[in-house]
Write a protein that binds this ligand. Sequence first.
Ligand code: NAD
Length: 492
Amino acid sequence: IDLNATTLDALPDSVTTPTYDRTAVTTGIVHFGVGGFHRAHQAMYVDRLLERGDGDGWGICGVGVMSSDRAMRDVMERQNGLYTLTLEHPDGSRETRAIGSIVDYLYAPDDPEAVIERLASEATRIVSLTITEGGYNFSHTTGEFLPETPDVAHDLEEGSAPRTVFGLVTAALRRRLDRDVPPFTIMSCDNIQANGEVARAMFTAYAKLKDPEVAAMLESDVSFPNSMVDRITPETTDELRASVRERTGVADAWPVVAEPFCQWVLEDSFTLGRPPYEHAGVQVVDDVEPYELMKLRLLNASHQGLCYFAYLAGYRLVHDAARDPLFADFLLAYMDDEATPTLQAVPGVDLGEYKATLIERFSNPGVRDTVPRLCAESSDRIPKWLLPVVRDQLDQDRPVRLSAAIVASWARYAEGVDEQGQPIEVVDRLADTLVPIARHQREEPTAFLANRSVFGDLVDDPRFVEPYVQTLAALHSVGARATLEGLMEARG
Ligand code: NAD
């Protein structure tokens, strides 16, 4: 049975469906970047609110700006915004629900004017984003906005029809200013540290070049709540489409699968109101930072702690590695000994339980996250997620042995050859620089670490260099598995 508004009442019992009247839902949120994550996360929370009768006026209008979003536009049209979300439990059981909160979808290249008008409408009180890190258009080296990106440069031209989120939002805020309609809140839900602040900086930088009055408004009158978001949501594959259809009898052209765990910690800063998100399980707080650091240093850094050792030991699926007690123990040791001492108190969170849950989440076979995915773009990830732990630990003269071992495992992986002599495809924007350096570290063990644009001055600190060089030597002589065993034995 095809999924759309006319079949909703006739879906099999294997799929739960909205009991609220979708035709009565009006939109208060315009969302850019309707991908897997938004549909597993914010749209699910809003669906929960609508189901409880708490979501009046907060339906979602999705917007796509990329040419790759054309496929989503077609599915959204055909299915009236409906899609299924399947939660994969670690024990192999599954729950599927048709999510009803996206009640409208606009594809900007078809009609940018319609998007601007929707954004300018008084009913629009929140503009939310999951546009990936690339969508914020900042330089990896300086962090500055990049006005020369072709679509941005096009939008900056006088009289052009906007193509980017920056062009569309700035044009809409201009209309609100002219019509005396107060500005909406801009809520980033991307996985970027201080995502609200980054969004403010980038939208303001664009507007300064296009419409300085709007820039002033973005700086002082628009709120940009920071948030921490978490739910592992793999990409939708054909295999998944087929399996949803087979298991539930529902033909959904773009289903989403995710883990059951879901977290959203959100700063309470909304000038035109917000849905009562807390009724749907969102943690609404004054300061997101402690939660953010907890996630980056425990979850994200542990992913790096796992992936290189796992790859070198022959694992290709994350859950297989996480179910290996040697790997799980190593991650817990890193988290307990080195990451946790650097965290602030995290109100309402039991860190011991959070860490145990992390190992359980990594071990979930339903998610089928891959080791190579975690190994990609290491030179962006290690400096943001792991090196801050190292620096904080060194500042306090505390141990960094396991963090140094993780960095060494990356250096060994970056040689681009595995323990069987097979090539490794190193996916990293710095691969051309890093791989050749890694290849001569057998002669010069600190060669990789000497890359100061990635590691700063760590190579000058013997407290880090010593355990790093030791682990690297062990990786070369006995391989990943025996190296981990040695590290755990030494810990006692
Ligand atoms: P996805 O590829 O399914 O969707 C990405 C969406 O972003 C698409 O709609 C795409 O058109 C849009 N986009 C990309 N570049 C853009 C640009 N320059 N301007 C406007 N829109 C742009 O990816 P996803 O899994 O939905 O992840 C999106 C983001 O969500 C991630 O980058 C991350 O910040 C956050 N996130 C994802 C996960 C996850 O497990 N997938 C978990 C936490 C947070």
